[in-house]
Design a protein around this ligand. Sequence first.
Ligand code: SF4
Length: 368
Amino acid sequence: MDYERDSLASHTVPANLLALDEEGMGRLVQQFGWPRYRTGQIMRWLYQRRAKDINQMTDLGHAERTALASQATIPRVTGCTVFRSIDHTRKLVLTLSDGLTVETVLIPDENRLTLCVSTQVGCTLDCGFCLTGTMGLKRNLKPHEIMEQVLTAQDRLDPSERITNLVFMGMGEPLANMEALSEAIRRLTNKRWGLGWSPRRITVSTAGLAARLKDIAPLGVNLAISLNATTDDQRASLMPAVNGIASLRTLLAACRRYPLPPTRRLTFEYVLLAGVNDHADDARRLIKLVRGIACKINLIPFNEFPGNPFRRPSEGDISAFQTIVRQAGLDVFVRKSRGRDVLGACGQLGNLAPQYAEHVLTQIEPRC
Ligand code: SF4
């Protein structure tokens, strides 16, 4: 795990404290010859108090802070552009140390404030309705780069705001970066030194890497599966890469085997594309596919972006699809589209092709 390699022994350049997991921090503390409780103290400064400078760690002695600062830093992201939607959604574009950018979105809705977090720059998969998919995979994010999105969003909240939910539904396929995802979730949920969030407030969404669903269960978080089609032919045309890895039958079998605690449900997401997968027959097939699985269904009307051929269904067609599914006794909701004007809605994250980007970016005004 490369995030564990950052320690005094292996570095002539300063160690990145945020790149260390608890074990790595323990080793660093040991190398200084300090008592073990220093590990928790330093981690609390990083995550609970979001310290940006070792000198802020006032429960370490002056000599200890000086020694630590001579060997390590807290290299928080400095480049962050915020795009504010007319519906108050905020898209944060963070510049990483290698110059790549990653996007995270704060979505207010009544008494909830959801943070949508990315796990990769670009994506390994190629879902036809998703802008991120057109980028290809640039690279996986490291645990501290996933956490950086949370810490930066927290830094920029209004004093009265608090993030209530976190969804891994940003750029990338979370289950294709499982090790970093798991470590980020450990830092989010650790009560001693981490953010102390309940895993129930966290949802991981996958395009359908069936063989890896079982790895999510021990983390205790919610699981969402992006289904979007009701036949393999349809899914192969909309999500060719992931459907090549696991067919609908394989994916739904993995969902049936998933060890859900008694009061929990899976979420199936279904992006509605006008004239493609929004017919009454699609709704009826969807009902059959999920029969017997403790679940709810989120319908996501497609969020259009320049250069993409798909269209958003009419309100009438969305409502008709929902009615059919609801009449079968399933819990089915239509996801509100938020942040569409700043390309911050579901499926809209990532870099537009240059010929479209120039046009769109003149219409979007960043405010930091
Ligand atoms: S929908 Fe998710 S898995 Fe599919 S291309 Fe977009 S980011 Fe990747």
